[in-house]
Design a protein around this ligand. Structure first.
Ligand SMILES: C[S@@+](CC[C@H](N)C(=O)[O-])C[C@H]1O[C@@H](n2cnc3c(N)ncnc32)[C@H](O)[C@@H]1O
Length: 196
């Protein structure tokens, strides 16, 4: 499905970075950032422009090709890894930050991936995420209607026992990102530090 979506002309979620990431980018320690489900590169390229060393993982080869094009146009480098997040080796205690912007995984897969995020972050490393909540299908402005892939404050608290959250909020906000995120939406946002 994602390859098909990304085969269309243009960038499905636009070329501008996610607003929450832009606002809170300084929460991410300088260094190595892993971007989960990066898609066509808008967030990875933004972080690379800020001086981060970004590794972008996605299961869509078409999306990652476009991410490399976007990086080339912006004159920055990003590393792209074509992999399913379930198979990708996150390593241990090695990432300064991990971002996950609209990463719609089935909850059982997500729980396994979130465990790998906690193990992969170094002590003091930061996880930053924005995701639709289970209320989002009522808004009809993006994210589909599969509630199982959506997240909440409660699910994040449960899935990240080793993070200390400095920001954790469910908010209604206007999200215009390309042609698939199209208006007022219900999202959960989080920034969490791996406890030392
Ligand atoms: C809604 S798009 C968001 C893309 C990007 N994060 C953004 O905000 O522009 C969701 C992305 O998740 C990726 N994805 C879905 N399931 C995945 C999985 N199991 N492993 C890796 N990537 C996955 C898709 O290929 C797609 O690029």
């Amino acid at each position: 499905m994602w390859d098909e979506r990304y085969k269309s002309e243009g960038y499905a979620y636009g070329t501008l970075p996610n607003d929450f990431l832009v606002e809170y980018k300084d929460s991410l320690p300088k260094g190595k950032i892993l971007s989960l489900a990066e898609g066509e590169g808008r967030n990875a390229v933004f972080l690379a422009k800020q001086g981060y060393a970004v590794t972008a993982v996605d299961s869509s080869a078409v999306g990652l090709e476009k991410a490399l094009d976007l990086a080339s146009v912006a004159n920055v480098s990003i590393e792209c890894v074509h992999a399913d997040l379930l198979d990708f080796d996150f390593g241990e205690n090695c990432w300064d930050g991990v971002i996950s912007i609209f990463c719609p995984l089935p909850s059982e897969v997500r729980k396994a991936v979130h465990k790998k995020v906690e193990i992969g972050l170094r002590a003091g490393g930061v996880f930053l995420t924005e995701s639709y909540t289970p209320d989002q299908p009522k808004y009809g402005t993006g994210g589909g209607d599969c509630i199982d892939t959506m997240q909440s404050k409660a699910s994040l608290i449960q899935e990240f026992p080793h993070l200390q959250f400095s920001h954790l909020a469910e908010v209604e906000r206007r999200i215009i990102e390309g042609v698939y995120h199209t208006g007022l939406a219900s999202v959960v946002q989080a920034i969490g530090y791996k406890k030392t």
